[in-house]
Ligand binder design. Structure first.
Ligand code: SF4
Length: 234
């Protein structure tokens, strides 16, 4: 498997201690990408799956979950599937972070995934304008698959003020079905498009105001900021 690294985290899978594997390679070039070093498929290093199995096995006394994130993990669906198969053999929970561009691949492994975190980067018909790729229909399909499955589905949007406005978030809120919707803070320190370094970080209050406006459309909403962490909107 080609990966950019792995860490242990209490944050990536809520209420679980997890090993997080960062796969290398992504099909998108989101201007606000905060992991731009993971976009190149030739970045990172090739790690034999057996080595990852051993890392997971050796950690199994203190982890109860494995998260595969990217980049875009579904670009390496065979290895992602094998890794999740191994997690199930070890009775570990599994979480997949995906940009939603590969609904068919998602369908192939969805039974192995306990928690799907799906990026909804814009209203489905505004993807081209916001991130430069017209993939909204594919993401919508992934969202529908995730919601119909037994997996927990989190949809999440990074709110970048220079690329979108509160009405876009309201549109997203009306378009999606999920178990949890997360509005994430934009931070300008590490971004793919350097022009975005001039866009101020989203504040907690901005996210809080938008989250309150979309409350009527969604059951559970969370905002996520560097300063205050995860906050459920009541
Ligand atoms: S933000 Fe995610 S989907 Fe977008 S380019 Fe970066 S890794 Fe890919």
């Amino acid at each position: 498997m080609r990966i950019g690294g792995h860490i242990t985290s209490t944050l990536e899978f809520p209420s679980h201690m997890s090993i997080v594997v960062f796969t290398a390679g992504c099909n998108l070039m989101c201007p606000y990408c905060h992991n731009p070093e993971l976009i190149d498929m030739n970045g990172g290093e090739d790690i034999p799956l057996e080595k990852l199995y051993k890392i997971i096995h050796d950690s199994s006394d203190f982890i109860d979950a494995v998260v595969i994130t990217g980049g875009e993990p579904l670009l390496q669906i065979n290895d992602t599937k094998k890794l999740f198969d191994y997690c199930h053999e070890c009775n570990l929970k599994t979480k997949l972070d995906t940009n939603g561009c590969y609904p068919k691949k998602l369908e192939e492994i969805i039974e192995l995934v306990d928690y799907i975190a799906l990026d909804v980067k814009a209203p489905f018909n505004k993807y081209k304008e916001v991130i430069g790729d017209d993939v909204g229909d594919l993401v919508k399909k992934s969202m529908e698959l995730g919601f119909e499955s037994d997996s927990f589905l989190e949809c999440r949007t990074t709110y970048v003020p220079s690329l979108m406005n509160p009405a876009d978030i309201e549109k997203i809120a009306k378009e999606i079905n999920c178990d949890l919707y997360t509005l994430q803070q934009f931070r300008n320190r590490t971004v793919l498009d350097v022009k975005l370094q001039n866009t101020p970080n989203t504040t907690r209050n901005e996210l809080f105001d938008i989250a309150n406006k979309i409350k009527p459309f969604l059951e559970k909403i969370k905002i996520k900021t560097g300063e205050f962490g995860d906050e459920i909107i009541k």
